[in-house]
Design a protein around this ligand. Structure first.
Ligand code: FES
Length: 128
């Protein structure tokens, strides 16, 4: 896991080139700014040309999704898949579309690409 550093309200995660469409993701530590918050595992992948960041926590049981470090996509590269019970999530919205937590969603984090780097906002995600 890369150790990210929060600078100016953003966590620098990786170089843009590290994220390939539908390919391996990059794991990082998200520093939860909420009261009592700690360091939580998170990840970023590329889908539809954009970086997409989520907490690495399945909506079914609070397990990390990747079946090998950084492997979040299914074989077709169309859905994020949980290694534990196979829940499928849309990579753009994080919505679960199949599996035991259908209708729930991953917790999305705001992220952007700037100057060849991918960064994630060090701010509380919107409540669901
Ligand atoms: S823990 Fe992810 S589908 Fe059950």
């Amino acid at each position: 896991m890369s150790v990210a550093e929060a600078i100016g309200g953003w966590i620098d995660v990786c170089a843009s080139g590290e994220l390939v469409e539908g390919g391996d993701g990059v794991r990082f530590e998200w520093l939860d700014p909420r009261e009592g918050g700690g360091v939580l595992p998170a990840f970023v992948v590329r889908f539809d040309g954009q970086p997409r960041a989520f907490l690495n926590r399945c909506a079914h049981v609070a397990m990390e999704l990747d079946w090998l470090p950084g492997r979040f996509f299914d074989e077709a590269g169309l859905y994020l898949i949980c290694a534990t019970h196979g829940a499928l999530y849309e990579p753009d919205s994080g919505a679960c579309v199949a599996g035991p937590c259908r209708g729930a969603a991953l917790l999305a984090l705001r992220c952007e690409e700037r100057g060849g780097r991918v960064r994630v906002a060090a701010e509380p995600p919107p409540d669901r």
